[in-house]
Design a protein around this ligand. Structure first.
Ligand SMILES: NC(=O)c1ccc[n+]([C@@H]2O[C@H](COP(=O)([O-])OP(=O)(O)OC[C@H]3O[C@@H](n4cnc5c(N)ncnc54)[C@H](O)[C@@H]3O)[C@@H](O)[C@H]2O)c1
Length: 378
């Protein structure tokens, strides 16, 4: 089998996760990595057993054998690098957010539209079997028309004022943090499940730690560090936000994001209220789906490919009772993406650049609503 050769830009958490996911796909080969420096690239290539290491995106995309690139760098590098990948005629899977502003993401959508390539954004929560099952149950309408949605995404890795990462710096992460980083996942997941877009927002944001104690030497993401020398820095991006939303089709709802909720690790959860049922899913218990009923017993669905619909069951790769989770969702995203690369007629589920651009507009609308204390329409 001739394999699709892929290059990975970045050497951190996301880059490793993408490489591991790709290694579980038969028709793909991770052929190169690209880092911020040659030594970093060589060390990462050796660690991950990848044959080629670059320290320039121009060199990576200049290799004619590389057909696709995953951009797993910090947010501030997404736009320039994504643009180079697209202009070089390579397939692109970009980490979220697609860019730092909707002006940049609009340009990427426009370029992608001119190139004969497959492009997408890594909104991986779409690709869980139980998430897909809710979408199908809502699609077939048997459980009634949805009217409400609520939930959130809660983490604790920034709950101490000594917690620090590049994500706290506006020039590297963008003008929004909790909303762009994790709120974007909630919005994409819910929009996908309900097959309708958020049209209007009213936001209230808070920076819980306006001053943080930054280590004088750099730490990896998600590492809080112990006894290191620190300096006080002002933080302008939000740790928390609660957002009222309106969606297409008359759906109303609310979601809360927080990166400072001690004990909450990656609690992306939603409840969708339809006329005949309430659907509840929690990313930390991804193989369960609760369906609440009014006039009969509630249902507890378990991930079991034999019991789910054929389409959703195909996202489960192990029999019922064997747990699947975050790495498996990313594998499903990569399977979907490379199926599209091999067969352009494939009806893919992954988030397109247009979806990523819409999320950028949504993030900006949320910031504007908080600033003006008004509803903002998209
Ligand atoms: N989809 C998801 O669930 C998910 C999860 C985590 C992170 N992400 C996204 O992935 C991206 C990276 O986050 P992370 O958690 O891996 O961060 P990280 O800090 O762990 O890794 C970032 C890496 O990029 C490298 N880098 C910096 N400049 C570079 C350059 N010029 N060329 C190549 N590499 C460079 C850094 O050395 C670092 O290793 C972010 O945009 C984030 O939003 C997405």
């Amino acid at each position: 089998m001739k394999k699709i050769k892929v290059g990975i830009i970045g050497t951190g958490f996301s880059a490793e996760a993408h490489i591991e996911a790709l290694r579980r796909i038969p028709n793909v080969e991770v052929a190169a990595v690209c880092a911020s420096s040659k030594p970093k690239g060589l060390a990462f290539a050796e660690k991950m057993n990848v044959p080629l290491a670059y320290n320039s995106v121009d060199d990576l995309v200049g290799n004619p054998d590389i057909q696709a690139v995953h951009n797993c760098t910090p947010n501030w590098l997404h736009f320039d690098m994504n643009k180079k990948v697209l202009l070089a005629g390579k397939h692109l899977l970009s980490e979220k957010p697609l860019a730092l502003s909707s002006e940049q993401s609009a340009e990427l959508v426009e370029i992608a539209g001119r190139q004969d390539v497959v492009s997408g954004v890594s909104f991986n929560y779409r690709h869980y079997p139980m998430v897909s099952q809710v979408r199908e149950m809502l699609e077939n309408g048997q459980r009634g028309k949805p009217s409400l949605v609520y939930g959130g995404y809660l983490q604790d890795w920034l709950s101490l004022d000594t917690d620090y990462s590049w994500r706290l710096e506006q020039d590297k992460n963008g003008p929004s943090r909790a909303i762009a980083d994790i709120g974007s996942h909630w919005c994409d997941t819910v929009q996908y499940v309900m097959n309708r877009k958020i049209t209007k927002v009213f936001a209230d944001l808070k920076t819980v730690h306006p001053i943080r104690k930054k280590p004088k030497t750099a730490l990896n993401t998600f590492a809080s560090g112990g006894q290191v020398e620190r300096e006080n820095v002002e933080i302008s991006t939000e740790d928390y936000g609660s957002i009222l939303i309106h969606m297409e089709g008359g759906v109303q709802g609310v979601f809360t994001v927080s990166q400072v909720s001690a004990g909450r690790k990656n609690r992306l959860f939603f409840e969708i209220v339809a006329d005949g049922a309430t659907f509840a899913w929690d990313q930390e218990k991804p193989n369960h789906l609760w369906v609440g009923n009014r006039s009969k017993a509630n249902e507890e669905w378990l991930k079991d490919p034999a019991l789910l619909s054929p389409k959703s069951g195909a996202l489960a790769h192990y029999p019922g009772g064997h747990q699947e989770g975050w790495p498996d969702g990313l594998k499903n995203l990569c399977l979907d993406f490379y199926r599209k690369v091999s067969d352009r007629s494939h009806a893919a589920s992954f988030a397109t650049l247009a979806d990523g651009h819409r999320i950028m507009r949504l993030i900006e609308a949320i910031l504007e609503s908080h600033r003006t204390e008004k509803w903002v329409s998209l």
